[in-house]
Design a protein around this ligand. Sequence first.
Ligand code: NAD
Length: 356
Amino acid sequence: MQLFENMGEYGYEQLVMCSDPASGLKAIIAIHDTTLGPACGGTRIWPYATEKEAIQDALRLGRAMTYKSATAGLSLGGGKGVIIADPNTQKTEALLRAYGRFVDTLGGRYLTTTDVGSTGRDLEFISQETEYVVGLPIPLGGSGDTSIMTGLGVYMGMKACARQTWGSDSLRGKRVAMQGFGKVAYHTAQHLLEEDAELFVTDVYDGALNKARDMGVEVVSTDDIYNIPCDIFSPCALGGVLNGDTIPRLSCQIVAGGANNQLLTDADGEDLHRRGILYAPDYLINAGGIINVSAEVGMAYSPDVAREKTERIYEIMEQVIHTSRREEIPTFMAADRLAEDRLASVRGVRHMRRAR
Ligand code: NAD
């Protein structure tokens, strides 16, 4: 792996390898960019097959956090931690505390929180060793469950897309097909149902489907979700679901959901654009979670501040649509450009400050 070449090409600042044989800890922290503030991103605990895979995941996820926070207007940079371990069998207090000590050595350049495989309980152990933890459970003074704000942000993003597509942001009577009915989809669905949207839901987990049925939502099979005639397709489970096989099956005018990395490749984003399907960039409209934890950085957590900032996703989505139309580029590129322009302008201010 050409590490320095890769880091240079994509602007990574720092890659930290953490080893503690006594506890079995093998972890990697990737700090992508701290121009806007401390790098912030969750810690993923996953039994990666190879070290290379773990490093690549940390790098990729850390960079995505830079773009997410930059687009959301937050004073946070991007970073990510990964621990190579099976979250069901290999997580121990000693391992998590050893990881916390490594996070602490970075002196606040990296703030961690939960991600796939890590829980609020794990954060509690990490926070025994470092203060650089955000998103702890509410009883422990943190901002708690991120999916509430993520769900709200996805809903605001949908409304902005609706206004640009149908001339009104009302979702009343709109048919929304949701792939996955976990935490984020549930909270988005609450807002949609309040507005009398018509929902169709699929999931691979019976508990999630029963929850949907209890809310009066129609359940369809995991394959039918792509074919169902609808106004909005909302991926809320997995990445890579917008691809050459699925896009031709969609009949919607808008794609807007909470899942990360929905486009399998950039070419799929271009395909949606060509077909006139308005794609709400995933990292833009699912930023409610990072917005929520940012509302506890440097101040006491305020749900009102988090909510107000999450609602701004509406205006940011509109801005991205306008750029996309003006420049005739896909929305995912317009969102990237918004993030890159903000980073470049703040970097300029920093250089000016240093030169004085
Ligand atoms: P979750 O685990 O609560 O929900 C995911 C749901 O998807 C589960 O019910 C699962 O059974 C279902 N699912 C899995 N495979 C499926 C398939 N093939 N078809 C249909 N359903 C399937 O997770 P979540 O917190 O709701 O997160 C959902 C997505 O949003 C993930 O991609 C996550 O990375 C992303 N996201 C979450 C947050 C957050 O605050 N929780 C923030 C940003 C992004």
